[in-house]
Design a protein around this ligand. Structure first.
Ligand code: HEC
Length: 204
């Protein structure tokens, strides 16, 4: 008798658990972009409310996201410039910009050399005009494109755009610095004779 009761009890619990199985994967559902007759307008999801912003996409800091303040390109990079940012900028520049602009930014990239024929040449960042250009201009070029150059906004996040701008400034400095601006140790290095090539390690 006891055994029977236990057996019945187990069966009841089993049935109860089976009833709890909601099987959500077999319910009716609609893909948000599919047609549906659930709503009168035939769409499966509701339009976003005006002003809806995806998480992490609030662009309240206009200077950071446009490079423009009061209608003018900003002169100062609106984020902390440190070695990490420069290294990131170098990496991003080498990926996205060097094919046309070259590693130095002089416009001698492979695509330019191999016949990217345009009425105007690929930009060279070492001209006087671009050396004097406020940083906001470079941010703007990456964001919105410039003449024949298309926008990189979909591929490069705003923070990375500023990293590239910082690196452009470093490149500009690297090609236009007076020897007297260097520290005495750096100047001494400049005057060092190049070391004779080592022929160690086998015959030529
Ligand atoms: C597919 C080739 C190509 C790539 C890649 C490219 N550019 Fe350009 N860029 C151009 C061309 C072409 C011009 C000249 C456009 C013109 O004058 O109409 C130009 C011009 C420029 C200028 C000069 C703007 C001025 O005021 O004269 C800057 C700065 C610049 N690019 C930055 C960048 C940066 C930064 C990247 C990487 C994020 C990049 N470019 C990637 C083709 C390219």
């Amino acid at each position: 008798m006891r055994l029977l009761r236990l057996g019945l009890g187990c069966a009841a619990i089993g049935l109860l658990l089976a009833g709890c199985n909601t099987d959500m994967w077999v319910q009716q559902k609609s893909h948000p972009l599919d047609k549906s007759d659930f709503f009168p307008d035939g769409q499966a999801s509701r339009p976003l409310l005006q002003g809806t912003i995806a998480r992490g996409h609030l662009r309240a800091d206009a200077v950071f996201f446009t490079g423009i303040d009061n209608g003018k390109w900003v002169d100062k990079i609106p984020t902390e410039v440190n070695m990490d940012l420069l290294k990131r900028g170098q990496e991003r520049f080498d990926i996205y910009c060097t094919p046309c602009h070259g590693r130095l930014g002089d416009g001698e990239g492979m695509i330019a050399k191999r016949g990217f024929k345009l009425k105007r040449p690929v930009g060279n960042i070492h001209t006087d005009r671009l050396r004097k250009m406020p940083v906001g201009h470079f941010y703007d070029v990456i964001t919105n494109g410039y003449g024949a150059m298309y926008s990189y906004a979909s591929r490069i996040e705003p923070k990375d755009r500023w990293a590239i701008v910082a690196y452009i400034r470093a490149l500009q400095l690297s090609q236009n610095v007076k020897a007297t601006d260097l520290t005495s140790e750096q100047q001494a290095k400049l005057n060092e004779k190049p070391q004779a090539e080592s022929h160690e390690g086998g015959a030529h």
